[in-house]
Design a protein around this ligand. Structure first.
Ligand code: IPE
Ligand code: IPE
Ligand code: MG
Length: 254
């Protein structure tokens, strides 16, 4: 029998321990108001602030936000550079607020194409918040789920070259320990704003058993009340991880 990394069933509670969000709909939010798409991205920063605060207050331990996908380089150059500027600005302005809130910041993704100043700010922000533990905030930037699985496989083979000759010794647990968010539990709740119902190459490995919540609400309009609605929906889900409902409720043999 194949050993599944979901064999160990995580304990679940009413409030998700790990929330992962695809922050989508900034461009449409702006177009609706006859504003440039970039105005939607600027407004979206406020929703990031609100999500961090709401999650912190609600007792969420891990919040992961998709800020820029490995496919977003395909966008017009001026939109990409505005997004990079906003990222730099957010790191310059928001880190002290994160400190006050006890938030530990990490950035995951292939950071090598970013300009040196942005890379430096990311390292500084990660370093200066590394002792915080109230909320673990992860920003996925130039991130792709397929990239993540590939980089994990490469790093694992470098560390364990013997696996190439004995692939049967490899299990899910070992490979997943090389994924870029190996230190976090898998997301309990996934939220995508903006109406699309797809994963868009986000945490494809880690979302295997995540509850998926899709909302039409555009990201700049997604505030604390909307986030609480998602928590409310999550609390009504029955997470079976392959078991029957009776087993989940302890009414049948385990
Ligand atoms: C999400 O909003 C932000 C990023 C992808 C960086 P979009 O910019 O994708 O907004 P829509 O989907 O075009 O409305
Ligand atoms: C996904 O949104 C990426 C981020 C929110 C950063 P996109 O708007 O780029 O996704 P697609 O292209 O519509 O799938
Ligand atoms: Mg979009």
């Amino acid at each position: 029998m194949a050993i599944s990394s979901t064999k160990v069933i995580p304990s679940t509670s009413a409030i998700p321990e790990h929330v992962a969000i695809i922050m989508d709909g900034n461009g449409r939010w702006a177009s609706q108001r006859f504003l440039p798409r970039t105005a939607g991205h600027a407004k979206g920063v406020q929703s990031v602030r609100s999500a961090v605060e709401t999650c912190g207050n609600a007792g969420v331990r891990y919040l992961t936000l998709f800020a820029f996908s490995s496919e977003n380089w395909r966008r017009p150059a001026d939109e990409v550079s505005l997004l990079m500027r906003l990222f730099v600005q957010a790191l310059e302005r928001e880190v002290s607020r994160l400190q006050d809130q006890g938030v530990r910041l990490r950035v995951v993704g292939d950071l090598s194409p970013f300009e040196p100043k942005l890379q430096e700010l990311i390292l500084q922000a990660q370093d200066s918040t590394s002792q915080n533990d109230a909320l673990h905030l992860t920003i996925a930037a130039n991130y792709g789920g397929r990239w993540d699985i590939l980089q994990a496989t490469r790093r694992m083979l470098v560390a364990h070259p013997e696996l190439a000759a004995h692939p049967d010794q490899l299990d899910e647990q070992q490979l997943s320990s090389y994924l870029s968010m190996s230190w976090a539990p898998e997301p309990d709740l996934f939220i995508r704003t903006g109406g699309e119902q797809r994963i868009s190459n986000f945490l494809i490995w880690q979302l295997a058993y995540t509850e998926l919540f899709f909302t039409e609400c555009y990201w700049p309009d997604f505030g604390s009340a909307e986030l609480h609605q998602a928590f409310e929906w999550y609390s009504t889900r029955e997470r079976r991880f392959g078991r029957t409902s009776a087993q989940v409720h302890g009414l049948a043999k385990t």
